[in-house]
Design a protein around this ligand. Structure first.
Ligand code: RNT
Ligand code: ZN
Length: 417
């Protein structure tokens, strides 16, 4: 795309926004500080590097069989770097435990140690990428329907040990990178059919979490992710939204809001302010549910826009960790990252360009018509010219220009796998 055209369009947009009291330079500077936590699992359809030939379980599913999936740690790293080269700004990488560097050895989940992530720490330091972490309760012979809420002491103990070790690893990562490692805990525990023991499993989960969190750490932060239901576990989820909100609030933990984990008409955006009244931080998994928690690639839709606007309206950019969580195996996977990450950023930029001062003035004066009119007009302000400038200044392809880079990578790298 022509640089001169981008500059001209930006200058016009800058003026247009200035008329509304918005400084586009300020918005661009704020965007530079938005660091997405990119999930590693879009590279390989949530497979990981464990030597367990089981398939994806735990109520989640990838669909599609697009060629070029990453098959090992080097391919995952190469794909992530390729995706990051097409996304403006600096971003974090969120690892699941099953992506450890196990060197071809079988390391069961109650045996995992920081050393299995040393090469990731080194790689992160080399490329200036901060790491986040996730314990992995799915796709394991002991996963079943219940892990941390399992009445069987052996199985429950196994997962407690796993999660404790994951926290220790996150602590080690956070210490090494000089920035807290955000650890997300999501378990699929639930029941396919009606259970008459709802209380029992929740009590067990509480006890497991209490034990897991009995060690205090300073270089990692714990997040708890609820879910409405998983495939094959439709009737009951132990770790429901209510459960984790109560647990997190009482125990100073962070709640993770996954945009695919609520009833379809429920607004995830609306939850941000409620949580922030009681909790200093919130973690997000930005996804796109299509009819169910399908984890389609995030796009610039109303849900994502609303979510970003709420973060800005709550003045909470420094309090919200923006993780991504989608896995589409039916299209080019690097392209999926680029689309989803850039879409999230586009939404955030629009949020930062919102004429909030004027909107709030209208609201305080009870001028409902004016507020609605400006909200409508704001939708078609030239934010895209500011977005193009953001890409240009960050040295990444502007607009649809990134498509050909993804295609080239597919031709030169992915198609040879
Ligand atoms: C599943 C949760 C969870 C997973 C990842 C792989 O419904 O969203 O966050 O997607 O941990
Ligand atoms: Zn999630």
């Amino acid at each position: 795309m022509n640089e001169k055209t981008i500059n001209q369009a930006y200058e016009t947009a800058k003026e247009r926004y200035a008329a509304l009291g918005i400084d586009t330079e300020k918005a661009l500077a704020a965007m530079q500080d938005v660091h997405l936590s990119m999930h590693c699992w879009q590279t390989d359809d949530v497979t990981g590097f464990e030597d367990l030939s089981g398939s994806l379980s735990g109520g989640i599913q990838t669909t599609g069989n697009y060629p070029g999936r990453a098959r090992n740690i080097d391919e995952v790293r190469a794909d992530i770097l390729e995706a990051m080269s097409l996304i403006p700004g600096r971003h974090r990488l969120s690892l699941h435990e099953i992506y450890g560097d196990f060197n071809g050895k079988k390391v069961d989940r109650d045996q995992v140690e920081l050393k299995h992530f040393q090469s990731w720490i080194d790689w992160g330091a080399e490329h200036g990428i901060m790491l986040d972490f996730n314990s992995t309760s799915f796709s394991h012979p002991k996963s079943g329907n219940l892990t941390l809420a399992n009445p069987d002491d052996g199985i429950r103990g196994f997962w407690i040990e796993h999660t404790k070790r994951c926290r220790a690893i996150a602590e080690g990562i956070g210490k090494a990178q000089g920035d807290p490692c955000i650890m997300n805990l999501w378990i699929h525990d639930g029941s396919k059919d009606i259970t008459v023991c709802r209380m029992k499993y929740r009590q067990l989960l509480k006890e497991s979490l209490d034990e897991i969190f009995s060690t205090e750490y300073t270089h990692m932060k714990d997040c708890l992710e609820s879910k409405v239901f998983g495939i094959g576990l439709e009737s009951y989820t132990v770790g429901s939204n209510d459960f984790y909100i109560a647990y997190a609030t009482r125990n100073n933990k962070i709640v993770t809001l996954d945009t695919g984990h609520f009833h379809p008409t429920e607004s995830t955006a609306d939850k941000v302010s409620s949580l922030l009244v009681f909790s200093p931080e919130v973690m997000l998994h930005v996804s796109r549910p299509v009819r169910w928690d399908s984890d389609h690639v995030t796009i610039m839709n109303d849900e994502t826009l609303d979510l970003c606007k709420e973060i800005v309206r709550c003045d909470a950019l420094g309090k919200v960790h923006i993780g991504l969580d989608f896995f589409d195996a039916s299209i080019n996977r690097i392209g999926a990252y680029v689309i989803g990450s850039r879409a999230t950023q586009k939404c955030m930029l629009q949020a930062l360009l919102e004429p909030l001062g004027t909107l709030r003035k209208y609201e305080s004066e009870d001028r409902g018509f004016e507020r609605l009119a400006l909200l409508e007009e704001a939708k078609s302000l030239p934010w895209n010219a500011v977005w193009d400038m953001f890409c240009l200044r960050n040295g990444v392809p502007v607009g649809e220009d990134y498509i050909k880079y993804v295609e080239d990578y597919e031709k030169n790298v992915l198609s040879k796998r």
